[in-house]
Write a protein that binds this ligand. Structure first.
Ligand code: KG4
Ligand code: ZN
Length: 325
């Protein structure tokens, strides 16, 4: 079964063709990052307009790369939320138009569910039950998954998401946007020698990253940082220490077979390495390009939704604040 995936929830316009939920035939992404970098963050109105310009060419490129036509597709999967309403609408409406014109079934995909399914696009197929850590610009969720489409959210952030914390810390340190890759890059030349707080929230699988961000801000404002690389390395380690420790604890508690990583922050090499090193339970991590926003993960998730008979009508709508459960 060939599924066309479409993703426009934030600042990447993406289309991909995935066969049977596992084989990527094409994966095209038009990033708006350079446009939003001028403003130091995503401007929703600008994002919607860019999606409108990019969506048709990117779908055509995905078809060309896969060497297939829209008529040979078996279904369309499109992100319906969470995300920016104006951005989501572009993808959903284009998906509905293609579905109508080519007589294809359509299924709406939760963007977070999509991130999890990036783990099905690798060489090893995940074995249930799993605990998945989804760390992106808007979310830090720990999820127990016992089967396809079966999610129990064990914990989530009480304030800033992990990616959001990286973006804010990079702004504090004058490292630019997007902050995650900038902090990772800067941290390579530093050591984690600055003491920063960790919010363990004992007895809970929730996260909190606003304290470590504020501690960094106070240090910078007080002139207590002489080496930006050390500050970046210390911040990165403080966030990742908590993410890894709490993920491994949840995985042990629920006796899962595997731990999955997902979301833009999962492309961080330090996080990938530290989790693998510190987990007695096998860890699966998607390729970096499949961790940040893409449409292959949406198509992979869509495949399993189609398998479960989850087909939507042409009244499919966006849900900007969509939750996982
Ligand atoms: O999943 P994603 O591409 O978009 C959302 O769904 O939010 O995640 C974007 C987030 C941004 O906050 C970005 O700074 C962060 O992921 N990120 C990273 C890295 N690459 C992207 N954070 C830490 N280290 C990275 N290498
Ligand atoms: Zn995302």
């Amino acid at each position: 079964m060939k599924v066309l995936g479409i993703e426009t929830s934030c600042d990447e316009t993406a289309a991909a063709v995935v066969e049977d939920g596992v084989s990527i035939l094409s994966n095209q992404i038009a990033s708006q990052v350079e446009i939003h970098a001028r403003y130091g963050g995503i401007v929703p109105e600008v994002a919607s307009r860019q999606h409108i310009l990019a969506i048709i060419p990117i779908v055509q490129q995905a078809m060309a790369e896969a060497g297939v036509s829209l008529d040979s597709m078996d279904g369309i999967a499109v992100t319906t939320g969470p995300g920016l309403a104006g951005s989501l609408l572009v993808g959903v409406n284009v998906a509905k138009a293609i579905a109508l014109a080519h007589g294809l079934p359509i299924t709406g995909v939760n963007h977070l569910e999509g991130h999890i399914y990036a783990n099905w696009l690798g060489n090893d197929t995940p074995r249930f039950p799993v605990v998945c850590l989804i760390v992106s610009g808007g979310h830090s969720d720990l999820v127990l998954m016992k089967g396809h489409g079966d999610y129990v959210v064990l914990g989530r952030t009480r304030d800033d998401a992990a990616g959001e914390a990286f973006d804010k810390a990079a702004r504090i340190l004058g490292l630019g946007y997007p902050g995650g890759p900038a902090i990772e890059q800067a941290a390579r030349n530093g050591t984690a020698s600055i003491k920063l707080p960790r919010a363990w929230l004992k007895g809970s699988s929730d996260f909190s990253f606003s304290g470590v961000k504020t501690a960094l801000l106070r240090l910078v404002e007080g002139g207590g940082i002489s080496n930006g690389a050390d500050a970046a390395a210390s911040f990165q380690e403080a966030v990742i220490d908590v993410l890894v420790t709490k993920t491994v604890a949840a995985a042990k508690e629920h006796r899962v077979k595997q731990i999955l990583l997902a979301g833009g922050v999962a492309s961080n090499r330090f996080l990938r390495h530290w989790l693998v090193e510190n987990s007695p339970i096998p860890v699966l991590v998607p390729e970096p390009v499949l961790c940040t926003d893409n449409a292959a993960m949406i198509a992979a998730c869509g495949y399993y939704r189609f398998q479960a008979g989850k087909v939507d009508g042409l009244d499919l709508d966006v849900v900007p604040s969509l939750k996982l459960t």
